[in-house]
Design a protein around this ligand. Sequence first.
Ligand SMILES: Cc1ncc(COP(=O)(O)O)c(C=O)c1O
Ligand SMILES: N[C@H](C=O)CCC(=O)O
Length: 430
Amino acid sequence: MTTSQQLFEKAKELIPGGVNSPVRAFRAVGGSPLFIKSAKGPYIYDEDGRSYIELINSWGPMILGHAFEPVEQAVRDAIQHSFSFGAPTRKEVEMAELIISMVPSVEKVRMVNSGTEATMAAIRVARGFTGRDKIIKFEGCYHGHGDSFLIAAGSGAMTMGVPDSPGVTKATAADTLTAPYNDLAAVEVLLENNHNQVAALILEPVVGNMGCVLPEPGFLEGIRSLCDKHGVVLIFDEVMTGFRLARGGAQERFGITPDLTTMGKIIGGGMPVGAYGGRRDIMDMVSPAGPVYQAGTLSGNPIAMSAGLAMLRHLNDNPGVYSRLEEIGTKLHTGFSNSLAKLGLPFTINQIGSMFTLFMTERSVSNFADAKTCDLPLFGRYFHAMLERGVYLAPSQFESLFVSVALTDELIDQVIQANEESLTVALTNA
Ligand SMILES: Cc1ncc(COP(=O)(O)O)c(C=O)c1O
Ligand SMILES: N[C@H](C=O)CCC(=O)O
């Protein structure tokens, strides 16, 4: 047994399923998860001393590579002043100012501790603002594990086969309306059938949680105008896309202005942080400015703020990061496409900037139903073949890969080579 396997056996006795977040358990791909000891730059190292090229990057936050020196230094500096105060700090003001300057639609922002907290709070605020109860989400989008979102949910919920989680009350489920992604007509029908009842529409402006799925031309514009027509608060969940697809996230890249935005991952530089923000009149509903209650003992934690600020400042001051991420994404896309052509495989690749998924299906993938046509056993074999070749992918077909700027051209070539070999192995071992 490897050290990772031994640790997993013990973990299963102590932690549900042996992990603190379901996708990590490798259930979708079989085998035993790697237990990670450390990571630096483009590499992650397991407990057995093996190194892997990173294409998950903590599910997004490590956009500058692991243990990026300015972020490390900021944390080292911050811990000298204690770890938490439960009182306002200068850093929270600096963080709010920076986010507002980077994200076009955000006029006021509240820090929380995770993406889940951000999305839960955002819909509560939208409900308080509109006086309505229902929300619309899209099938296969994941907005964290708040009850309202575990209806037709993507990511781990989809991977584990429980998109509608037990434990969510019927009343909560009834208030969550769902539509297929990229289907404006379906949204229009929902809004008309639930006239004046829908508080918010929440979506991933580029989906990462059924694999990477792009909005079709006109989709985000159409959603914006439907929300305007029906007085619905439009929430862009930019927990994944924020500070990744552009300095100002997907909303900058696509030129669409949501009413509220939820953020996470990169904003904490790898520490547990989330945030929600948006229109001043809506955000002024939040307590103590307004009546909608939301709080957090550790919210705005000084260590987390220091890490996040160092990360965001670097991204803000170095636009070259984004052009490099585009280059890396394009190079991977081209390399993978060439291999698919060479092997005669009709699979689909969805990529935008540094988000990327190779879908093992002939269908083009623009929604949950398309994603579900993938050959999952083939993906499992491919995943393990990549691992054997030293490439660490998300252990599920229904996730996006996240590239960091630490990936050199030489490493990209290694990934492309590993991909071609792994596809061959996965097909041969069917
Ligand atoms: C788009 C999106 N929203 C919300 C979340 C929830 O964030 P967290 O896992 O930090 O609670 C995630 C990731 O899990 C996500 O990808
Ligand atoms: N897709 C999820 C977040 O981005 C995967 C991370 C998790 O659920 O642990």
